[in-house]
Design a protein around this ligand. Structure first.
Ligand code: UTP
Length: 287
C-alpha cells in the first residue's frame, strides 16, 4: 500500500521559545516570510502525500487561518493589482487536503500521533515533526517513501550527531546495514553519552505502519512524563522489523533559539533576493 497520508504534530507548548510561543504555535514562526509549517507541508506534498492531518493544541487558530482562504485579503490584493502576492496567498489555501485534530493536553509526541489514529486508519503513514525542517533540494521524505515500498516496514529517518549531543535525541542501536538502511535492534530516548548505542539520531521524519497505534494506546509515560514515540517504536520491534534510513542532507531544529536563528540565516543565504545584501552584512559583523 502506498503512503498517502501524513501527520504533522504541532501541539507542543514550545517552552524553549517563550515568550514568542505564548500565543503563537512555534510551527507558525516564520523563516523569513513563510511559516515553518508551510515549508513542511510543501515537503509532504512534493513527496506525493495527498492528505495531511495537523495535530494542534491550544493555539490552533493561527494554523487553521493560515491554510484557509482569506476572502478579504484576496479581494484587497486583487483591487490593488498585487498579482504575485495574490497568487501566493491563493496557493497556500490550495496546497493539500489539510485536516485538523486537537490534542487536548500536550501529553507527548507519541500521544499526539495516537490522536490521529482514526484519520489514518489501517494504512502506512508519514510523520513530519512540525518544528524540524530539512534541506529542500534533497527530498528526505520521498527517499523514505521509496524505501517503504521496498521494505514494507516502518522507516525512521536518522542523522549522525556529535557524541556530545546524543542526550538530546532518540538514538538507534543497529545491526546489519544495506546501503543507507540500517536494521534497528533497539531505540533509546535521550541517552547519556556513555549509554548511547550509536550516534545515529532520530531527527523528525518517519514512515510508520498502523501497528504503532495499538502500541501507543498502551504506552506508559516515559522521559519527561510524556508518552514517547521512541518507546512505542521500541515495542514495535517485538512485532515487526523497523529500519533506520540515514539522511545525508541537513536538518534544522527551529524549536530551540539557536536552531531557529541558524535556520533563518542559512535560508536567507540561499535566497537570490536576500543573499547579496546579507553576505556583506554578516562579514562586517564578524570583523
Ligand atoms: P518537542 O518536544 O520539540 O516540542 O516536540 P515541545 O514540547 O513543544 O518543546 P519544548 O521543549 O516545550 O520547547 C516535537 C514536535 O512534537 C509536537 C511539537 O509541537 C513538535 O512539533 N508535540 C510535542 C505535540 O504535538 N504534542 C506534544 O504533546 C508534544
Amino acid at each position: 500500500m502506498k503512503v498517502k497520508k501524513a501527520v504533522i504534530p504541532a501541539a507542543g507548548l514550545g517552552t524553549r521559545l517563550l515568550p514568542a510561543t505564548k500565543a503563537l504555535p512555534k510551527e507558525m514562526l516564520p523563516i523569513i516570510d513563510k511559516p515553518t509549517i508551510q515549508y513542511i507541508i510543501e515537503e509532504a506534498t512534493d513527496a506525493g502525500i495527498e492528505d495531511i492531518i495537523i495535530v494542534t493544541g491550544k493555539d490552533k487558530k493561527a494554523i487553521e487561518d493560515h491554510f484557509d482562504s482569506s476572502f478579504l485579503l484576496e479581494q484587497t490584493l486583487k483591487n490593488k493589482g498585487k498579482q504575485d502576492e495574490l497568487n501566493q496567498i491563493m496557493n497556500i489555501s490550495q496546497m493539500a487536503h489539510i485536516h485538523y485534530i486537537r490534542q487536548s493536553e500536550p501529553k507527548g509526541l507519541g500521544h499526539a500521533i495516537w490522536c490521529a489514529r482514526k484519520f489514518i486508519g489501517n494504512e502506512p503513514f508519514a510523520v513530519l515533526l512540525g518544528d524540524i525542517l530539512v534541506e529542500s533540494n534533497k527530498s528526505c521524505l520521498q527517499e523514505m517513501m521509496g524505501s517503504y515500498s521496498k521494505y514494507r516496514s516502518s522507516i525512521i529517518g536518522v542523522t549522525r550527531v556529535d557524541t556530545a549531543d546524543v542526550h538530546r535525541y532518540g538514538i538507534v542501536d543497529i545491526e546489519n546495514k544495506q546501503g543507507d538502511m540500517y536494521k534497528i535492534k533497539n531505540l533509546v530516548e535521550k541517552p547519556n553519552k556513555e549509554d548511547a548505542p550509536s550516534n545515529l539520531a532520530i531527527f523528525g521524519r518517519y514512515i510508520l505502519t498502523p501497528k504503532i497505534f495499538d502500541l501507543l494506546e498502551v504506552q506508559k509515560p516515559g522521559i519527561g512524563n510524556e508518552i514517547q514515540l521512541t518507546d512505542a517504536l521500541s515495542a514495535l520491534l517485538h512485532h515487526e522489523d523497523v529500519w533506520a534510513q540515514l539522511y545525508s542532507g541537513k536538518n534544522y531544529d527551529i524549536g530551540e533559539k539557536i536552531g531557529y536563528l541558524k535556520t533563518i540565516i542559512e535560508f536567507a543565504l540561499q535566497r537570490e533576493d536576500l543573499k547579496h545584501d546579507l553576505k556583506p552584512f554578516i562579514k562586517n559583523l564578524s570583523l
